[in-house]
Structure formats: structure tokens, C-alpha cells
Design a protein around this ligand. Structure first.
Ligand SMILES: [Zn+2]
Length: 265
């Protein structure tokens, strides 16, 4: 067995029997992994108080050749975003982040982007919840959610194609195309009309212009810039509705936002 060490965020925890836990992590170096933690609920030194959501930890785990579940050896706290856990709205928000990461982050993915994205969202949110009073947290959470999902879709290569018709590749220069969830992008009027003439039913909707503009502003920018964007809650909600529908369609409705999937930790 090989011992590995990496930074990680817990995304899942399930009680296995009296003292053991099965834990899911998004790691910096190995993508999503699942670990079995023997005696985790009793071992104060190795695990206790270090398995909470909104904590950055350094984990050591043994990899068994041919096995999909690793053995967690030790956890060390690196950064504790404890303000997030004190604020119910922020805490519910990160339950969404965790659930989306659980579904979209690939196992054993060496790409560090998703780990970095979660870290920037947690760190930004922890700072904001610390300095509350001046800010409307719900507006910030709406912006953070759009920032997080947009970046995650880009990293996974499933960001909607708004630039050219998904059927004939002609350029969408004036944002006057239709949008198709099924196609994962825009469709020009000619293609849409010829499909209708052939009797095919496409799921065509209006193009989400507000989301296109907002995601362009957010793409490649630091999350602190997101705080400063002046956008009405109505537009933010409209963008999230579009993203929610897109995510549900492209994850096959696997997302479950009923709360943190972390039991007995
Ligand atoms: Zn076309």
C-alpha cells in the first residue's frame, strides 16, 4: 500500500458502524476520492473535529492497488472557515457547492482547478460573513453560486456553447439565436426552422443574454471582483434558474439539495 498526502475538502461522510466513517473528498492532487476511516468517531487525535465541511485539511491516506476506496490514515487542519458554519444561509449555500462538486468532480482527476475554485469560494465567503452588516449576504450568495457553477461547467468542458450554432456552426454575432438544453448550446434560426419543417420538436428557448453577459464578466476574474458587480437580485435569480435547469439536464437530475450529506460526524 502506498501512502499519499494532499490537501482536501470533505464532501460526504457516512457512518458505517459504531465508530467508522466513509468519507468523500475533493482533493488538490487526486480529484474526488473516497476513504474509509477506521475508528474515526473515536480517534480524537487523528480525526476528531477535523471532518467538518468548510475546513481545508491535509489528509494522509493509503491507496490499495485495484481498490476504489482508500484508507484514511490521518487528518490535519490547514484552514478553518468557521464563519461559514456560524451563518445558516452561508452554510446552506456550501451544501449546494458540496453537492454539485460531488456530482461533477471526477475521481482521480489531476486537474487542480475544482479544488482551487472551492478554496476561493470558501475563503471569500468566510471573509464576507466575518464583515457582515454592510453587505446583503443573500445577494452575495447568488453571485457566488453563479461564479461557482459557471467556472465548474467550464472546467468540466460542459459550459454552454453561446458562440456558434450547435447544428451548423455559424456564428452567433448578435445573440439572436435560440437556446437548446438538449444541444447544450445555441441554435440559429435557419437550423431551428428547418428542423421544425421536418417535424422535429426541439426544446428551444430564448437565449439567456443576462447570463452570457454576467458569466463573461466573471470568467477569468478573481472572486473578489464578483463581490463588486452591481446586478439586481432579479437578474441574478434569472441567471441561476437558467444554470439550475442546465445543470439538472446535464447531470441527469442527480443533484440532491436536501441538505449536507454528512451524517454522524
Ligand atoms: Zn445553424
Amino acid at each position: 500500500m502506498k501512502l499519499h498526502s494532499t490537501n482536501a475538502f470533505v464532501i460526504y461522510a457516512k457512518k458505517m458502524n459504531e465508530a467508522d466513517l466513509l468519507l468523500g473528498y475533493v482533493t488538490e492532487d487526486y480529484g474526488r476520492i473516497t476513504c474509509f476511516a477506521n475508528n474515526a468517531r473515536k480517534s480524537r487525535k487523528r480525526f476528531l473535529g477535523k471532518l467538518e465541511p468548510a475546513m481545508l485539511t491535509k489528509i494522509k491516506f493509503y491507496e490499495k492497488p485495484g481498490m476504489t476506496i482508500d484508507i484514511l490514515y490521518e487528518v490535519e487542519l490547514v484552514e478553518d472557515y468557521k464563519n461559514i458554519r456560524k451563518d445558516i444561509d452561508a452554510y446552506l449555500f456550501i451544501s449546494k457547492i458540496i453537492e454539485i462538486s460531488r456530482v461533477l468532480c471526477q475521481e482521480r482527476d489531476k486537474n487542480k482547478n475544482i479544488f482551487k475554485l472551492i478554496r476561493s469560494v470558501y475563503s471569500g465567503l468566510n471573509g464576507i460573513t466575518d464583515a457582515r452588516g454592510m453587505n446583503n449576504i443573500n445577494t452575495i450568495l447568488l453571485k457566488y453560486e453563479i461564479y461557482f457553477i459557471s467556472h465548474l461547467l467550464r472546467y468540466n468542458g460542459i459550459f454552454p456553447n453561446f458562440t456558434s450554432c450547435t447544428a451548423c456552426s455559424c456564428a452567433n454575432r448578435h445573440n439572436n439565436f435560440y437556446f437548446s438544453l438538449k444541444k447544450g448550446g445555441v441554435v440559429c434560426k435557419d437550423c431551428a426552422e428547418s428542423e421544425v419543417r421536418r417535424g422535429n420538436q426541439w426544446d428551444l428557448k430564448g437565449i439567456p443574454v443576462n447570463f452570457i453577459n454576467l458569466s463573461e464578466l466573471m470568467s477569468g476574474s478573481d472572486i473578489s471582483i464578483t463581490n463588486k458587480l452591481v446586478v439586481s437580485d432579479e437578474i441574478l435569480r434569472e441567471c441561476l434558474l437558467f444554470l439550475g435547469n442546465f445543470l439538472s439536464f446535464h447531470t441527469g437530475n442527480k443533484l440532491n439539495y436536501t441538505g449536507l450529506n454528512i451524517q454522524g460526524v
